[in-house]
Design a protein around this ligand. Structure first.
Ligand SMILES: Cc1cc2nc3c(=O)[nH]c(=O)nc-3n(C[C@H](O)[C@H](O)[C@H](O)COP(=O)(O)O)c2cc1C
Length: 359
């Protein structure tokens, strides 16, 4: 008889964790001055019954700080600030990866530190609404198209941020290749209109993600690296494009050849079509290491997905905001609390560290 794979039992891959429940990366905008702090350490420690925590999107470069109060991991002060979190989470017996999020064109100059620039593959504005602490609601700026030197410098920033993450005590890093930020901006031909080696055909459009991942792997080792992707994503003004299947097939093959620890797929847009569902199966078949699925999972759907071996781990986002003890609640059939979206991105404790455990 084959043994049923259980959501609540430990998982051993390149990462070994206490259960198959992952806390998805979530921007919470509590990093005043872009520096991680004690309040954030408390928030993550409260959620350390997750097998793996992936932090909020964290900028590898001042140019990647498109949103107000998001943390970075490029300065010594930020490394010191993150140590509070990694120590607190490890003390609770969990593991934690930092998500490296370069916002690319999703940003506003009022959010950037002095001397930083909004950069993207091409000078095409997302025209999205963007909160700034000093000027209220604004529209995202038109980014500067990156020169080849800026592309290369940015890849090095990812590698250095990864080294900084290890210094800060993280178990690894996740490159944010999803949800319309810089890495996905390179993948999408509607946003990437470059005519050099980083734009045009599929090999060229996946090059930035692959090169950045490779640089990170070379710096900290493949076992400490994950990548997040979101095929068919349209969030952050990402237009649909014809070669989605071929682009992601090639990307996943390339990431697989780098032997990274995990691939984290935001799957809700793909699930909406038969073509997308087939792509998810192809990804499962062509990626050899740990596969994490995310978006809109209930406990029941997660158990099914794990039992059917559609993925190895499931990550949960918003339900972890309001339920710090989410694995315990799942295991004991305790009803979930509902998170309040009004405090998702507001500074301070309210809606951040004040959601109680079930007991
Ligand atoms: C408040 C909030 C902030 C988020 N910030 C990020 C982020 O920084 N990086 C990221 O990859 N996804 C981010 N997401 C998306 C989540 O990781 C996840 O994909 C989404 O919430 C869907 O999963 P769920 O249905 O379990 O909530 C965010 C989601 C929420 C609700």
């Amino acid at each position: 008889m084959t043994k049923t794979i259980n959501l609540f039992t430990p998982y051993a891959g390149k990462i070994s964790i206490q259960n198959k429940i992952v806390m998805a990366p979530m921007t919470r905008s509590r990093a005043i001055g872009n520096i991680p702090n004690q309040l954030m350490a408390q928030y993550y420690a409260q959620r350390a019954s997750a097998g793996l925590i992936i932090t909020e999107g964290t900028a590898p470069s001042p140019n990647g700080l498109g949103y107000a109060r998001i943390p970075g991991i490029f300065s010594q002060e930020q490394i010191a600030g993150w140590k509070l979190t990694t120590q607190a989470v490890h003390a609770q017996g969990s593991k934690i990866f930092v998500q490296l999020m370069h916002t690319g064109r999703i940003g506003h100059s009022a959010n950037l530190p002095v001397g930083a620039h909004l950069l993207a593959p091409s000078a095409i504005s997302a025209n999205e609404a963007m909160w700034t602490d000093t000027q209220g609601m604004q529209t995202t700026d038109t980014p500067k198209a990156m020169s080849i030197e800026e592309v290369e410098a940015c890849i090095e920033e990812f590698a250095q941020a990864a080294a900084n993450a290890i210094e800060a005590g993280f178990d690894g890093v996740e490159l944010h290749g999803a949800n319309g930020y810089l890495l996905e901006q390179f993948l999408n031909p509607g946003v990437n209109q470059r005519t050099d080696d980083f734009g045009g055909n599929i090999e060229n459009r996946i090059r930035f993600v692959v090169e950045a991942t490779k640089a990170v792997v070379e710096r900290i080792g493949a076992d400490k690296v994950g990548v997040r992707i979101s095929p068919y994503n349209t969030f952050n003004a990402m237009p649909a494009f014809n070669e989605t299947v071929e682009t992601y097939k090639r990307l996943v093959e390339s990431l697989n050849s780098l032997d990274i620890a995990y691939l984290h797929v935001v799957d809700y847009a793909a699930r909406a079509t038969e073509e997308g569902q087939a792509l998810l199966k192809t990804i499962r078949g062509s990626f050899s290491n740990t596969l994490i699925f995310n978006a809109g999972y209930t406990k029941e759907r997660a158990i099914k997905a794990i039992e059917n071996q559609e993925a190895d781990l499931i990550s949960f986002g918003s339900s972890f905001i309001a339920n710090p003890d989410l694995p315990y609640r799942f295991a004991n059939d305790i009803p979930l609390s509902t998170p309040n979206p009004e405090t998702f991105y507001t500074p301070g404790e309210a809606g951040f560290i004040d959601y109680p455990n079930a007991e």
